[in-house]
Structure formats: structure tokens, C-alpha cells
Write a protein that binds this ligand. Sequence first.
Ligand SMILES: NC(=O)c1ccc[n+]([C@@H]2O[C@H](COP(=O)([O-])OP(=O)(O)OC[C@H]3O[C@@H](n4cnc5c(N)ncnc54)[C@H](O)[C@@H]3O)[C@@H](O)[C@H]2O)c1
Length: 337
Amino acid sequence: MKKYGVALIGCGQMGAVHLEQIYYKQNVSIRCVCDHDRSRAEDFARRFHAERVETDADACIQRDDVDVVIIATYPSSHLPLLKCCIQNHKHVICEKPIASTKEDGEEFIRLIKEHPECKVLVGLILRHNETYRKVAQMIQEGAIGSPIVMRMSQNHHTKNWGRYLSLIQETSPIIDCGVHYLDVMRWVTGAEITSVNGVSARTEMDVPEGHYNYGMITVTLSDGSVGFYEAGWSNTLSSENFKEFSGPRGTIRIVFAKDRHTHQEEGDLIEYYQYPEQEYHMINLDSCRKPTHLQFDYLVKMIEENAPAFPSVDDVEKSFYWTMQADQIIAPKKNVF
Ligand SMILES: NC(=O)c1ccc[n+]([C@@H]2O[C@H](COP(=O)([O-])OP(=O)(O)OC[C@H]3O[C@@H](n4cnc5c(N)ncnc54)[C@H](O)[C@@H]3O)[C@@H](O)[C@H]2O)c1
């Protein structure tokens, strides 16, 4: 079995989710952890038995004993880090969104296409989540008929407002996770997005001008399906996370373990209402919310078996493009009279 030398750039929240689920794997050696903040990298080195600590990402990527680089930094750094990985012939798992501007995103996609020798998997993690995979399969097999209505909400009530304020300078609430959910809309329907629209609001006084902390976008697809995605970060909105798919033959709703008072041990459940039978079914897949280990296994499949990327580069490009379009439409305009 080949052992992969892994480097992690970005020892924050998502970096931990990556390493927690792969550091013990037989085919993984954590060679290097890197963060601008040395104390964070040192903490990760202790937790995940990394061999080396770096504060300079390029030095980490250039190491000969590194085969795979996991990029878990903010979006504006993804493109320069990807460039360095490609120059040094490394395979990559890069967190979404791929970039913080449309132009950088386009270059990111172009580089992946021009360098098939470097396998790049973008962290649209729901593609590897068993619950979403089951939902996609059920919808594609006609469980709820077509066209469908997709209702998706992801609001964060925060007690750590400072973190969200700095994130807002980099990316908007709609772009941050919208790339996941616009991808889900295309994936489950197998249809193309044909238009987006929406609204935004700036309900916190310290959100900089030109930015917003609440957005709601509407999406239409080529098969007649429609959807909305709502995302807000604020001190006052209620936290909410619902994902529902309804069609002429039924409804599928994901019932998240953290939102239930009972059966917590069951993981996320799929509630399936079948019409006209008027029957309810509960499906339990004991799913892991962010299965970064399965994502890593898939990258290995791309390296060893030349498997195509999942999601494909085309999928990544389209969800990014439409999310950026929506963001551009709803972002508050300066000096509009
Ligand atoms: N897939 C998901 O479900 C999911 C969930 C949360 C976050 N994310 C994504 O993961 C990425 C990171 O988000 P996070 O919440 O972990 O952020 P975070 O602030 O918790 O961590 C980012 C870390 O990267 C470090 N860093 C930034 N730029 C660096 C650089 N050039 N070199 C070295 N270190 C650098 C920072 O010091 C920080 O410690 C973002 O793109 C975010 O959208 C994905």
C-alpha cells in the first residue's frame, strides 16, 4: 500500500475536520502542518502527530516528502496556493469556495484543466456525504417526481461575531456555503441552472458598506425545478438548517441529528413522504456530516486509478459561477440613488 505524505495549510476549524479523519489512516503520514499563526500549527502538530511545523506555505508545499496538500485557508489564498502545488507536482484537496473573485475562480479552473497530472479535488463535501448521496439517488430514481421545489436554509446565530465579520470581508454568506447548495440543486435534478435572483440585507451596523450579512437567492433550472437558498450570519437571526425537496410524488426532508431531541445516535435521518400513498418512511444512514476521510479516499482513487474528479471540474465551475452571479445581483450597490 502506498503511503501518502500529507501537508495541511490552514490550521483552523476546517483544517481540524480534515486531519481528525485521516491522520490515523494506514496510507497517510502527516508530514507538515502550516499556519501563519505558529502556535496553531504547533497545536495541530501535537494533536495529529505531524512531523514538521511551518508558517510559510510555500516551504511546506515544496517538501519532497509531501504528495498531497490540503488547502484549508480562506478563499483569497486558494489560487496562489494551488499555483504553488502545481509548480511542485502535488495533488490537492482544496476547500470551497475556490476563490473570492470571479477572475481568480476562472484561473483556478483553467489551471486544473491544464494540469491533469496534478489531481485536484475541491471540497464540495456533500458529494461524499452518505445522506446527500442517498437523497440524490432517490430523486434521480423518481421518488418524488419532477419538477421539484428545493428549499434550503442555513442561518447562523453567532456568539463569535468577530469571526464572521472578518469572514464577510473575504466572502459573503451566500457564496460561502451557496457553492455547496447550488451544486446539490444541479446534482439531484441532473438539470442546469438557467437563472438566479435574490435579495440581501445589512442588518448589523458594523458590516462594511458594499457587503451584506443576510441573503436569499432563488434559482431556476432547465427541467422546470426551482429552489431557494437562504444564508445569514448575525447576532439576532435564529440558527436554522433545513433542506427539503418536494415534487408531485412526494417530499424528502433531511432531519439533522443536531436538530432532534431524540434518536441522536441515529445520525442524520431522511424523512420521505410518498404521495398519493400518503405514507411516511424514515431512512437512517448513520451518516457523517463532513466525511473528509471519504473525500481523501476519493482523491487516492483519482491518483491510483485515474478516476474522474467527483464533483467534476465542470460541476465546481458551474456552482461557483452561479453563486458568484447571484452574489453580484444581490450585493448592496454603493452610491445607488
Ligand atoms: N466544507 C465545509 O463544510 C466547510 C466548513 C467550514 C469552512 N470551510 C472552508 O474552509 C476554509 C477555511 O475556513 P475555516 O472556517 O477553517 O477558517 P479558520 O479561520 O478557522 O482557519 C483558517 C486558518 O488558515 C490560516 N491561514 C490563512 N491563510 C494562510 C496562509 N496563506 N498560509 C498559512 N495559513 C493561513 C489562518 O491563520 C487560520 O488559522 C474556507 O475556505 C471555508 O469556506 C468549509
